[in-house]
Design a protein around this ligand. Sequence first.
Ligand SMILES: NC(=O)c1ccc[n+]([C@@H]2O[C@H](COP(=O)([O-])OP(=O)(O)OC[C@H]3O[C@@H](n4cnc5c(N)ncnc54)[C@H](OP(=O)(O)O)[C@@H]3O)[C@@H](O)[C@H]2O)c1
Length: 262
Amino acid sequence: MDLNLKNKVVVVTGASRGIGFATVKAFAQEGARVVAGARTTGPLEELAKEYDVVPVVADLSTPEGATALVAAATELGPVDVLVNNVGAVQPRLAGVAAVTDEEWLAALNANLLSAVRTTRAALPGLVQTQGTIVNIGSVNAILADPSIVDYAASKAALASWAKSLSKELGPQGVRVNTISPGPVETDLWHGANGMAETIAGAMGITHDEAVAAVVQGLGGFATGRFSRPEEIADLALFLASERSGNMTGADVTIDGGLIKTI
Ligand SMILES: NC(=O)c1ccc[n+]([C@@H]2O[C@H](COP(=O)([O-])OP(=O)(O)OC[C@H]3O[C@@H](n4cnc5c(N)ncnc54)[C@H](OP(=O)(O)O)[C@@H]3O)[C@@H](O)[C@H]2O)c1
């Protein structure tokens, strides 16, 4: 399938590992020119030796980080595709009332305002190119959970914002879609400060037991496994391409059958 993404200017946030890194690589392999933002860019520098990838050091939880990333992309040309991927989760194991204002604001900055600000900066280019926006949401937008209350609420807000945006931008020729993954094999789950280690430490169980407890608590996967970052990236390619030209305002779940409701 020709996705016709060659030479497109693509911006990916949260790009140095996990879903963001897989997305950068997938677009680059399609011949796109990818501007990739994160606070650290080591793995992206390696990728840039082989592909048309521009790593940009940016803290995307700040207004300055978002505008700096888009400014770097605009040097290549107006933005064709924006993938709002950056996000972060911190387990809140002391109860909902114990989550401080600072923690709420950090979650909203990382998971919602990062996308709002990057989109605002990229919008003139996106309108010019009749481009597309792909947001990486989460099943937690509909799966409320006190142990990640601020993350789930910020992903619900992201989904609502994306739907509003799709209504406004559709008539201007810009499509906006969201991918809502369930658990994915990345550092967010499996890293040193990830979900599994934090829960394991708090409960006095192993990493694998923590993963099993959470997944079983949600009813388990129909497929029996986590998604892979490359599977999310492939869906982002499709949603960014003209092959999905009449899709906008959609929210596509990829969760191995974790969500059981229709
Ligand atoms: N993994 C899952 O199970 C899962 C499930 C549903 C949804 N998601 C969503 O998918 C997205 C990607 O998740 P992931 O699992 O790939 O996460 P990850 O492995 O933790 O990677 C996060 C990426 O974002 C970057 N990042 C974090 N904070 C940043 C900041 N303030 N400024 C710039 N970059 C920042 C990190 O790089 P630096 O540290 O170098 O900045 C890294 O490249 C997130 O929106 C997440 O909510 C993930």
